[in-house]
Structures are given as C-alpha cells and as structure tokens.
Design a protein around this ligand. Structure first.
Ligand code: CMC
Length: 430
C-alpha cells in the first residue's frame, strides 16, 4: 500500500472520501475503492472491468503501451527462445526457474499423471460423434472432480498442488482423446518415454498400425506456441477461474469454467475464427473488401486476430509468432495461400486510419492458426490447443488465489435498469 491518496468529493453532498493508492512492483497504481460505498454511498461502474484491478498477483506482468510481457519477471522473448513449455509451467506455478533436479522431479510427476481412467474414456464416448472438442474438453475436465476425490480438499496445500499437476498432465490426454473420438480413431495412451509436446502429438496422430514419423520442427513449434499462450494475467478465462475459485469450488470445476470462457471468439476462440475468416476472404485480392466490411459497424464483422484490450501498441506474442510462422512453413515445406491472405490483410489494416486511430494490431491469434494448420492440427482443435497451454496459467492463478489472505468471494454489484416497484396483478385481471 502506498501512502499516496486520492480525494473524492461528492458535489451534491460535499462529503469526501480519501482513498488510498495501491501500487505493485511495476505498472500503474490503482485506487483502492473499498471504502467508497461506506463513505459516499456509491458503487463504481466499470463494464468489462476496463479500469479495474481485481486482485494482486505476482505471476505475469503486461505493459500494453510498450508491448511488454513478463512471466515471473522473465521477458517472453527470452522464454520463447530458451525455455520449454513445461519449464514455463513450473515457473508460473512456483515463481522461480527450476534447478535440473527440480525440473526432473516436476517432469517426472507430470509424466506419471498423464493417464486417464478408463471410465473417463467411456464418459468421452458418451458424446455425440460430431461434438466440438471444446465441448468435450470442458465437460471432461469438469468431470475430473468425480474421479479424483483425493484432491478436492482445497484447504490442503498438498491436495491443491497435486490437482495442479493432474490438470497440466491430463488436459493434453483428454484433448487428444476428444480429437480421436471426433474422427472415429482409437484413443492412444500417453507414452511416458516422450516429452510433453511430442507425447501429445503422438496421442493425436499415431495410428496403431505403424510408428509415427514426427518432424522435430513440429514439436518445437508447438512448444513455442504453448509458451506464448501459457499465461496472460487477468484475461477473461483466468478471471473466470478466479471468480469460480473464490467460491471455494474444486480446481477441476474452476478450470472447466476457464475453458468455457476461453471458447468465445473474442478470447481463445479467435484462432479458429481467424482461419475461417482467412478462408472466407480466400484470396489476397479480396482483402480490401474485408477491411471495409470490418470498418462498417453495421456489418457485425470484425477482423479476427486484431485488437486487444491491453496491448495498444503491439502484442509481443504476435511478433514472435509472425517470425515463427515463416520459419515453420519453410521448414515443413508448406506453401499455404492463407498466409498470403494474412500478410496482405496485415499490411492493408496497419496502414488504414481506422485501425491506426483505434490502435488495433494483430494479436497472438492472428498467426497461430496458420502455424497450427501447418502442423496438421485441425481447425476445431485450435482453441483446445490454447486451453492446454493456458491450463498452466489457470492453475498458477488458482494456487496463488488460495494463498492470498485477501481472497473473498467475487460478487460485483449492478446498476439496476428494470421495472421499479409495482404490485402483482392476478392473471384474470391482466
Ligand atoms: N476489427 C474491427 N474493429 C475493431 C476490432 C476488430 N478486430 N477490435 C476492436 N475494434 C474497434 C471497435 O469496434 C471499437 O470501435 P469504436 O471505438 O469506433 O466503437 C474500438 O475498436 C475498440 O474496440 P472494443 O471492442 O471497445 O475493444 P475491447 O478492448 O473491448 O476488445 C477485443 C478487445 C480483443 C475483444 C477486440 O479487439 C476484438 O473483438 N478483436 C477480435 C477478436 C480477437 O482477435 N480476439 C483475440 C484477443 S487476443 C487473445 C485472447 O485474449 O484470447
């Protein structure tokens, strides 16, 4: 807490409220409005939480104007180049980079929790054959609470830790199983001799009849995408996990709620929507028309993969992904015409005053779909991929929340716009 304050004066009553400023280690301070209602009788109104910090957190820092993203203080560019997704997951959860011994123990524990129970497999088989894999993932992750009663006592730090490991370990297994079910292929069990991303790719693509020949470029690209998607401070899905977590709900229910929030096209669903949009545009020569449509408020169409609530300069993840996209496509010998459409769209939009004035830049999802497509990940799985990576962030926030003595149930207020008090009329008199 800083010793600076903000004085609010109610011009109607001349009453005042002196509100403390709260500062973190980096970033802008916030006004602690906790006693505003007691002092002046007012709530605050902030739809979409545009100006509201909902919690203190030591996990991820973003400077939206400068395009900075840090996980536990480490720049995303350095982690993308030098780390691995599983090491980043450890970092997010534990706050420090692991030693070799710590990483070995963590990897071993995650690896040995990747299996799912046969009855969970049968549960997945209950879905209709054309179920969207996000629907299956959401349902199956929520159902983990029915399978792992030994991790439901959230007052026990060891049970919380084990639940976090289970989620990081099992979400890829469930995700791959959901995909295999959707194409009527037999589900593959996780192979413990493979590392995290390669194991996931084997569960996705290996057929029982022959060994899978996997280009190492594929696992490396996937690992990078997972690092970039692992956390993003209080985004909509993480805030959802925290809101559900604030009620004392179990970790599997909290993460399932996060998956549901991620699914929306304004959030993680954007990567799937980008690819559909690029396919609809079809050819670089049609880009001008699409940009005009996106500027027309009556069209209901937005450029998917453009814009961000926090980044108003550039999204550092998009910069890394853009470069990787070219490298991966070249390394895999993929010539995707959608990349030409994407490049043209980016060029045209970045020069257009509408996008310049509103500070709308390509975000992380603009290029990730093109990479996923080159890796032969089906479009319906794009948001699932995001969910696998974001699980690391969700559990890190959930763990942090349960160590924070200031945590209380999230319960916003409202500005009521309905009917004023009126008397009930019996149905015969209406
Ligand atoms: N295309 C066209 N216009 C846009 C777009 C877009 N993609 N994004 C924002 N605008 C306009 C919007 O119409 C508004 O214009 P005006 O001021 O004239 O009314 C202005 O820019 C500000 O938009 P906003 O909706 O108030 O901004 P927001 O911070 O509430 O929304 C956003 C951020 C990411 C939801 C939005 O930019 C968007 O819908 N983008 C497309 C979906 C997308 O790519 N989502 C992925 C986000 S990054 C990954 C993740 O977080 O999951």
């Amino acid at each position: 807490m800083s010793d600076k304050t903000v004085l609010i004066t109610d011009s109607a009553s001349a009453k005042t409220s002196t509100l403390p400023l709260v500062s973190g280690n980096m970033g802008e301070p916030a006004v602690d409005i906790g006693k505003l209602h007691k002092d002046l009788g007012y709530f605050t109104f902030d739809p979409g939480f545009v100006s509201t910090a909902s919690t203190r957190s030591a996990i991820t820092f973003i400077d939206g104007d400068k395009g900075v993203l840090l996980y536990r203080g480490y720049p995303i560019e350095q982690l993308a180049k030098q780390s691995s997704f599983l090491e980043v997951a450890y970092l997010l959860i534990n706050g420090e980079l692991p030693t070799s011994a710590q990483f070995g123990a963590f990897e071993d524990e995650v690896t040995h929790h990747t299996m799912m129970q046969e009855s969970l497999k049968n549960f997945l088989h209950g879905f209709h054959y054309d179920a969207h894999p996000m629907a299956m993932l959401c349902g199956a992750v929520a159902s983990l609470s029915a399978f792992y009663h030994d991790t439901l006592d959230i007052s026990d730090p060891e049970q919380r830790r084990l639940a976090a490991i289970r989620l990081i370990a099992k979400v890829p297994t469930i995700a791959a199983a959901a995909y295999r079910y959707s194409i009527d292929w037999p589900i593959r069990y996780p192979r413990n001799n493979l590392e995290y991303c390669t194991r996931f790719l084997h569960m996705m693509f290996e057929v029982p009849s022959e060994p899978l020949q996997l280009n190492p470029v594929v696992a490396k690209a996937l690992d990078l995408l997972f690092i970039l998607h692992a956390d993003h401070e209080q985004n909509a899905s993480t805030s959802t996990v925290r809101l559900v977590g604030s009620t004392g709900a179990n970790p599997y229910a909290c993460v399932a709620a996060g998956i549901a929030a991620l699914w929306g096209p304004a959030h993680g669903g954007a990567n799937e929507a980008v690819l559909k949009m690029l396919a609809d545009i079809g050819d670089a020569k049609n880009v001008g028309k699409a940009v005009e449509k996106a500027k027309d408020k009556n069209s209901g169409f937005r450029l998917m993969g453009f814009g961000h609530r926090v980044y108003k300069n550039f999204d550092p993840r998009a910069t890394i992904i853009r470069e990787t996209c070219h490298q991966v496509l070249a390394a895999l010998g993929v010539n995707d015409p959608l990349l030409d459409v994407a490049l043209e769209l980016e060029q045209v939009a970045l020069k257009d005053p509408y996008f310049i004035e509103r500070k709308l830049y390509p975000n992380v999802d603009f290029y990730s779909g093109i990479i996923y497509k080159a890796l032969k990940i089906p479009t319906e799985m794009f948001t699932v991929m995001f969910a696998i990576a974001r699980t690391a962030g969700w559990v890190a926030h959930w763990l942090e929340q349960h160590q924070d003595k200031d945590t209380k149930i999230g319960r916003p207020r409202q500005i009521y716009t309905g009917a004023t008090t009126r008397d009930y009329t019996p149905i015969t008199k209406r």
